[in-house]
Design a binder for this molecule. Structure first.
Ligand code: HEM
Ligand SMILES: N[C@@H](CC(=O)c1ccccc1NC=O)C(=O)O
Length: 289
């Protein structure tokens, strides 16, 4: 007899049936699983435009990724606030969680790559000119990590609320800006130009900052929290680049070098993003050590 109480014939045994009988399974006047999770709303968002067999996969993969990204944004906000309050230890848990979520995002590409070029072409035309360019959550995530490109706000002009939120993040300090300010508050040398800068611009590589991180990495006992923070940032960027790489490769295997529905060159455009680093000094410090 298996331990779960289900007999080989699929029936519950007598003792377990008595336990089951004591559970009230009528949820008429109580909150249920589906009520709490708003499952009807969530699942009603799966609306394929064609009856092609692979369109549901395409929709679910995007929904799953958007859901995970929404949690990443929440965790990034929490981590940035903790760093601002001089509590890097509190930020570690959130950043470790971000990196674990990113692993889910990266492995989701394995599911999508079961879709062949011919499968995708059966419904690609139905997507019109829509594309990942218009993912406001993805763009928000990039901005919080420090990728500031004003042109990328344009696809969101049609939605005033998203546009306003993205514009605010565009002008605000990034996660890396918060970490740099923390270095300075902890008495380490940081050029003033990095602290009092126009945050709507990308962070520019600074040799002086690289040297400050070098001090942290050479004195890990003294600067343990800053060192831990730096390694968490490297984890997040590493996983982000893995996502970009898997996206680019999945796109190449599905549509080759066709132009994107969003108007870009497609794979060529996605490759350019692979050269952009959020935290360049943290990568360079490895060579300098
Ligand atoms: C068949 C699958 C996919 C194809 C062929 C594809 C193709 C492309 C292409 C060609 C672009 C460049 C923009 C354009 O001109 O359209 C792009 C951008 C983008 N895609 Fe996908 N994509 C796929 C799946 C996904 C999935 C599952 C996600 C997850 C949410 C996603 C998110 C994005 C994002 C966020 C961008 C903007 C990237 C940036 O600006 O750096 N894509 N995609
Ligand atoms: N850019 C893709 C279309 C695409 O992937 C897409 C279309 C609508 C909603 C989400 C999409 N995914 C990410 O780019 C293409 O060129 O085929």
């Amino acid at each position: 007899m298996p331990e779960c109480g289900i007999s080989e014939q699929g029936m519950t045994n007598d003792q377990d049936s008595r336990v089951e009988a004591s559970i009230d399974l009528d949820f008429t006047d109580r909150m249920s699983y589906g009520d709490y999770l708003q499952l009807d709303t969530l699942l009603s968002a799966q609306k394929p435009l064609t009856s092609e067999p692979d369109e549901p996969l395409f929709i679910v993969i995007h929904h799953v990724q958007e859901l995970w990204i929404s949690l990443i944004l929440h965790e990034l906000d929490f981590a940035m606030a903790a760093i601002r309050q001089d509590r890097p230890g509190v930020a570690f848990k959130a950043l470790a969680r971000v990196a674990r979520i990113q692993e889910q995002l990266v492995s989701a590409w394995d599911v999508l790559s079961t879709m062949t070029p011919s499968d995708y072409l059966t419904f690609r035309a139905a997507l019109g000119q829509s594309s990942g360019f218009q993912s406001h959550q993805y763009r928000m995530m990039e901005m919080k990590l420090g990728a500031k490109d004003e042109k990328m706000l344009a696809p969101h002009r049609h939605h005033a609320e998203h546009h306003a939120r993205l514009q605010a993040a565009f002008k605000a300090p990034s996660l890396y800006d918060e970490a740099i300010a923390l270095l300075a508050r902890q008495g380490l040398p940081v050029p003033d130009a990095l602290l009092n800068r126009d945050f709507s611009r990308n962070h520019a590589y600074s040799e002086a900052l690289r040297d400050t991180w070098l001090t942290v990495y050479r004195n890990t006992d003294r600067y343990f929290e800053l060192y831990e923070l730096a390694e968490k940032l490297v984890d997040v960027e590493d996983k982000f680049q893995q996502w970009r790489f898997r996206h680019m490769k999945t796109v190449q295997r599905i549509i080759g070098f066709k132009q994107g529905t969003g108007g870009s060159s497609g794979v060529g455009y996605l490759k350019t993003a692979l050269d952009r680093s959020f935290f360049p000094e943290l990568w360079d410090v490895r060579t300098a050590l």
